[in-house]
Design a protein around this ligand. Structure first.
Ligand SMILES: Cc1cc2nc3c(=O)[nH]c(=O)nc-3n(C[C@H](O)[C@H](O)[C@H](O)COP(=O)(O)OP(=O)(O)OC[C@H]3O[C@@H](n4cnc5c(N)ncnc54)[C@H](O)[C@@H]3O)c2cc1C
Length: 418
C-alpha cells in the first residue's frame, strides 16, 4: 500500500516460509561492497535469527569511493581497504568465492568450485561490469596497462604508479564514457585531484579529460575551481554532440586512442573508462533488461526473477545515481523488507539518500545530494542540495571534513561489528 506521503508502507506482512526442514530463513547475498556488505550487517542487526551468507570474490574490499584521494596523493590505498572479519565475527557466514550459476526455480546458487547453496532469498549486489566490447583493442588484460581504475585497488595502484613514474612535461589522458556510469561526479573529482598532483609534482605536465558528454552536474562549480586552481594544466574537452569524444579504439603499445570523430590522442599515461552495465552475475541470473536490472522500487525484488533482489549499482532505479551512498540507503531498505517479510519485523517507510563530496583541491570540497521517496511505484526526488559558486574557504574546508566523516561512517556501516 502507499501511505499518505507517497511512501510505501505495509501494515500487515505476508511471511514467506523458509524451505521445509530449515530452521531459520536463509538469505544469500552476492557481493560484499557498498550494497551487499551494508545489507549483511543491517539485516543481522535487524533480524539476528535470519541465516545470512555473504559471497564475496575478494578477500578485502578496496573502495572505489574516495579512490581519487589516493590517486591525488591525499590518502593511502591501505586506508581505503577493508576486511570482512567484523561481519564474520558477528555471525554472518562470509564465503570468499565467486558465484557462477543459479537455479532460480530450485533456489540454489552455485560457486566457482561447484559448491551449491540453497536460499530462501537471494540478493545480488555485484556492482558494475565494463563494456570492453565497445572499444577496439581494450581488453581486461590491456586494462592493466591502460587502467580504467573504476573498480578496485590494483588498477588504482597501477595508475598512481604510472603518474609517479611519468616525466615532468608528460601528457595524462583520462576519458569519460557515454551513458549511465557508477560514481556520479567521480570523473570530475578524479580529474581535479590528478591535476592537483601534476600542479605540485610535475608542473610542466597536462591532463586532458576527453568527455563523451555535452554537460555534467555542477559544471559551473567545477569549472570555477579548475580555473582558479588548474589553469594551463587541466584541459576539459566536452563533446559538442553526445559521443563526439567517445573512445572507439586504443593501442596499448603506442598509448594512442582514437575517438568516434576520428581524432587521435597520444598520452604518456592513459586511463580509459568504458561504458558500464550491471555486474556479470546479474546477467547470469537473468535479471537484466538492457544494461541494468529492473526492480520493484519498494522491495528491490527483480521484476523478472522471483525471490531474487538486486541492490546497488546493478539495479535500475531511474533517477537515483549509482553511488555508494545510494547503495547504502538501498541496503537499509532491503534489510528492513527482508526482516519484515521473512520474520515479521516492523516495516518502515522507504526513503533513500544520496550525498556526494568532491574534493577539488586541498581542503576545498564541494558537495551535492538528494533524498528520494516512492511515488506511484517509482523513485522520485523529495529534496536536494548542492554547493554553489564563490563559497567561502571555511565552507569548502568543512565539506572536506564532512566527506572524511562520511567515509568513516559508511565503511563502519558496511564492515563494522554488529
Ligand atoms: C572513482 C570512483 C569514485 C567514486 N566516488 C564515490 C563517492 O564519492 N561517493 C559515493 O557515494 N560513491 C562513489 N562512487 C561509486 C561507488 O563506488 C559505487 O556506486 C558503489 O561501490 C556501488 O556499490 P555496489 O555494492 O553496487 O558495488 P561494489 O561496491 O562494487 O561491490 C560489488 C562487490 O561484488 C563482488 N562481486 C561481483 N561479482 C561477484 C560474484 N559473481 N561473486 C562474488 N562476488 C562478486 C565484487 O568483488 C565487489 O566486492 C565512486 C566510484 C568510482 C569508480
Amino acid at each position: 500500500m502507499v501511505g499518505a506521503a507517497g511512501v510505501a508502507v505495509s501494515s500487515t506482512v505476508a511471511l514467506t516460509s523458509p524451505a521445509i526442514g530449515q530452521i531459520a530463513p536463509k538469505v544469500v547475498i552476492i557481493g560484499g561492497g557498498a550494497g551487499g556488505a551494508t545489507l549483511a550487517r543491517r539485516l543481522k542487526v535487524g533480524a539476528p535469527e535470519i541465516d545470512i551468507t555473504l559471497i564475496e570474490a575478494a578477500k578485502t574490499y578496496s573502495s572505489p569511493f574516495l579512490s581519487e584521494h589516493f590517486l591525488g596523493g591525499f590518502r593511502s590505498l591501505n586506508s581505503l581497504t577493508h576486511r570482512y572479519d567484523g561481519l564474520a565475527a558477528n555471525g554472518i557466514t562470509v564465503v570468499h568465492a565467486r558465484a557462477t550459476g543459479v537455479d532460480t526455480h530450485k533456489r540454489v546458487l552455485t560457486l566457482h568450485d561447484a559448491t551449491t547453496l540453497p536460499y530462501d532469498k537471494l540478493v545480488i549486489a555485484p556492482g558494475v561490469d565494463f563494456r570492453f566490447d565497445k572499444i577496439q583493442g581494450y581488453t581486461p588484460d590491456v586494462a592493466h596497462r591502460i587502467p580504467h581504475a573504476w573498480r578496485y585497488g590494483a588498477q588504482n595502484l597501477s595508475l598512481r604508479n604510472q603518474l609517479l613514474d611519468m616525466k615532468d612535461g608528460g601528457t595524462v589522458v583520462m576519458t569519460v564514457p557515454l551513458g549511465v556510469i557508477r560514481g556520479g561526479s567521480a570523473p570530475y573529482t578524479r580529474a581535479s585531484l590528478v591535476a592537483h598532483y601534476l600542479k605540485y609534482h610535475k608542473p610542466k605536465s597536462k591532463l586532458i579529460l576527453l568527455d563523451s558528454n555535452r554537460d555534467f552536474a555542477q559544471r559551473d562549480v567545477f569549472e570555477e575551481a579548475w580555473k582558479q586552481n588548474y589553469d594551463g594544466i587541466l584541459e576539459h574537452h566536452l563533446s559538442t554532440f553526445p559521443g563526439q569524444h567517445t573512445v572507439v579504439r586504443v593501442d596499448a603499445n603506442t598509448l594512442e586512442l582514437q575517438t568516434h570523430e576520428g581524432e587521435r590522442v597520444r598520452a604518456d599515461v592513459m586511463s580509459v573508462v568504458p561504458e558500464q552495465r550491471a555486474g556479470l552475475f546479474a546477467h547470469v541470473a537473468g535479471c537484466v533488461d538492457g544494461d541494468w536490472c529492473p526492480v520493484d522500487a519498494a522491495t528491490f525484488e527483480s521484476r523478472d526473477v522471483k525471490h531474487v533482489h538486486i541492490l546497488g549499482d546493478a539495479a535500475d532505479l531511474g533517477i537515483m545515481p549509482k553511488t555508494a551512498s545510494t547503495a547504502n540507503s538501498q541496503a537499509a531498505a532491503v534489510a528492513n523488507h527482508l526482516a519484515s517479510s521473512l520474520v515479521g519485523k516492523k516495516r518502515f517507510p522507504v526513503r533513500f539518500r544520496n550525498a556526494q563530496w568532491s574534493l577539488i583541491a586541498t581542503n576545498n570540497a564541494i558537495k551535492a545530494g538528494a533524498t528520494y521517496v516512492l511515488g506511484k511505484g517509482e523513485v522520485v526526488e523529495a529534496s536536494h542540495f548542492a554547493s554553489g559558486l564563490k563559497e567561502a574557504e571555511a565552507v569548502r574546508a568543512r565539506n572536506f571534513q564532512e566527506s572524511l566523516n562520511w567515509y568513516d561512517a559508511i565503511t563502519r556501516d558496511m564492515f563494522g561489528t554488529v
